[in-house]
Design a protein around this ligand. Structure first.
Ligand code: ADQ
Length: 487
């Protein structure tokens, strides 16, 4: 047998881990900064590897331009970046449509937001076929293919017809919904059937995995699933595969080190001074209705109503990073947030104090870390979330162990962090208002005890731990029976 942890890695995700800047004819590319890139880059470099994904523009006219900048970017990163090109129509139907108006709301239990358009489904299949063609052109039989997320669920099934035998594992970054929600999807059997084409399936939490097994049983009544150690063995539709849960994490050391740097400590002090050394509550989110931003603002308003003595003493800083601006639901959410912020500020502002500071922008890493560190309380109130990395980043940025995390029980992060965070139901405004009160009043001793434990856990279970446990658990299954001679 080959060395199972050393085969070449081919990562496929909707987006390449780069940021494309400029305009047609003048593209430039800089590496992305997410935890996934940080964690996978050393492995891709050491094993040799490819990363296949969409560059994030539908500018088909300028394909040569993009190719020209991806070459040097590949050299700089030490592995190859291979682009998939999508037309405007494909972006509209596959990305904005099926991915963001069907799977995204449905998998976050918000089925009333779904638009079950048959054209979206067709485009979803066509674009996955397009990804499959790029994969087939570049991947080799001995490679380990790691497919990421909900945009690419059918990819393994589309690789099957080829004489090239490719072996794929899949990781779902978002939750898997309970069966009574999932089964509303008109293409439910096709989607579950497509997931069975992977050799290994990974979810963020055991809850998501169990939800998947419920739907599997409903749609494939003859299927069998039973526990084998930490994993499940699934026999369904003539296939055998394994599935497990692997909570994603962050590059803890990177955040922790940055938080202790002289520059970030100075910026942290500046933020605190600017806010008159009041207690800062912080929300950091991509603009998204699943993140519970409106519910959080309402809870903060209720907190100010219920606890008038706190007025003037605490400020909520809400940072929102622009996202999916081409989808109508996101544009109207932005307006609703802005209206609610001005209503709260209209009702409670006093001379020298504004209750909510709203920032609609992406911050660079040091700016974000300084803000995390300056805040005493983080409010992570997602209605549902695969994991939520903000919860983990906030803790990593508190080397002084002086922060309190208020965390939605519906975020995947609650599984690892639920004992020390203050758990809330984001639909319960009064409960959230009380949790905010408890957080701002918590004694220093208790804050340190809780934060110390949270930090220790994330330090141990960081993103490198996540990649390592995923690859260890999946490699046997994905590369099973692969003869060394074929290498
Ligand atoms: P997301 O829904 O994007 O990810 P999340 O895990 O919260 O959610 O990550 C957001 C990232 O954006 C964080 O790293 C955060 O630092 C960054 N960010 C947010 N606002 C920012 C701002 N204004 N400026 C700069 N950076 C900002 C999906 C799933 C999650 C899952 C991840 C990873 O929805 O549940 O945790 O994938 O699997």
């Amino acid at each position: 047998m080959m060395n199972q942890l050393s085969s070449r890695l081919v990562v496929v995700s909707n987006r390449l881990p780069v940021v494309l800047e400029g305009k047609p004819g003048q593209w430039s590319i800089r590496p992305g900064s997410g935890g996934l890139v940080t964690a996978l880059s050393p492995i891709l470099r050491n094993r040799g590897g490819l990363w296949i994904g969409w560059v994030g523009t539908s500018d088909t006219i300028d394909i040569p331009g993009i190719k020209t900048v991806l070459g040097p970017a590949s050299e700089a990163s030490g592995y190859r970046l291979l682009p998939v090109f999508l037309s405007e129509e494909e972006v509209r139907l596959f990305y904005q449509g099926f991915s963001n108006e069907i799977i995204w709301p449905l998998f976050h239990d918000l089925q009333t937001r779904c638009r079950f358009e048959p054209d979206y489904w067709r485009a979803y299949g066509e674009v996955n076929r397009k990804f499959a063609r790029v994969v087939l052109r570049h991947a080799r039989e001995e490679d380990f293919l790691w497919i990421h997320d909900y945009h690419l669920i059918p990819l393994a099934s589309m690789l099957e017809d080829s004489p090239k035998q490719l072996r794929c594992a899949f990781f779902l970054h978002i939750p898997f919904p309970p069966a009574d929600i999932f089964l509303k999807l008109p293409w439910r059997k096709e989607l579950v059937g497509a997931l069975l084409r992977y050799r290994f399936l990974a979810f963020q939490t055991e809850r998501d995995l169990r939800h998947f097994l419920q739907s599997l049983k409903a749609l494939f009544p003859d299927s069998r699933a039973h526990r084998e150690g930490d994993l499940f063995r699934i026999d369904a539709d003539g296939r055998t595969l394994r599935a497990g849960s692997f909570p994603i994490s962050i590059d803890y050391r990177d955040f922790d080190t940055l938080a202790q740097s002289r520059d970030v400590r100075r910026r942290t002090r500046e933020i605190r001074e600017k806010h008159g050394h009041r207690k800062l509550l912080l929300g950091v989110d991509r603009l998204d209705y699943t993140k519970g931003i409106l519910e959080r603002l309402q809870a903060f308003r209720r907190f100010l109503e219920l606890h008038p003595e706190q007025r003037g003493k605490v400020t909520l800083v809400q940072l929102v990073v622009p996202s999916r601006q081409d989808v109508e639901a996101y544009r109207s959410l932005k307006e609703e947030i802005e209206k609610l912020v001005s209503r709260i500020n209209g009702a409670y502002t006093e001379m020298g104090w504004v209750p909510v500071v709203y920032l609609y922008q992406a911050l660079d890493r040091p700016g974000l870390v300084a803000l995390y560190q300056a805040a005493e309380v983080a409010l992570v109130t997602s209605l549902k979330d695969g994991m939520n990395l903000v919860a983990k980043e906030f803790c990593a940025c508190h080397p002084g162990r002086d922060g309190v995390l208020v965390l939605s029980e519906f975020a995947g992060a609650a599984v690892q962090m639920g004992r020390e965070a203050l758990l809330v139901n984001p639909y319960d405004l009064e409960g959230m208002a009380e949790a905010i009160h408890r957080a701002v009043e918590m004694s220093e001793d208790e804050r340190r005890r809780r934060m110390g434990r949270l930090r220790a856990r994330i330090r141990q279970q960081d993103v490198f731990w996540w990649v390592d446990s995923f690859l260890r658990a999946s490699s046997d299954q994905v590369l099973e029976n692969f003869p060394e001679a074929d290498l």
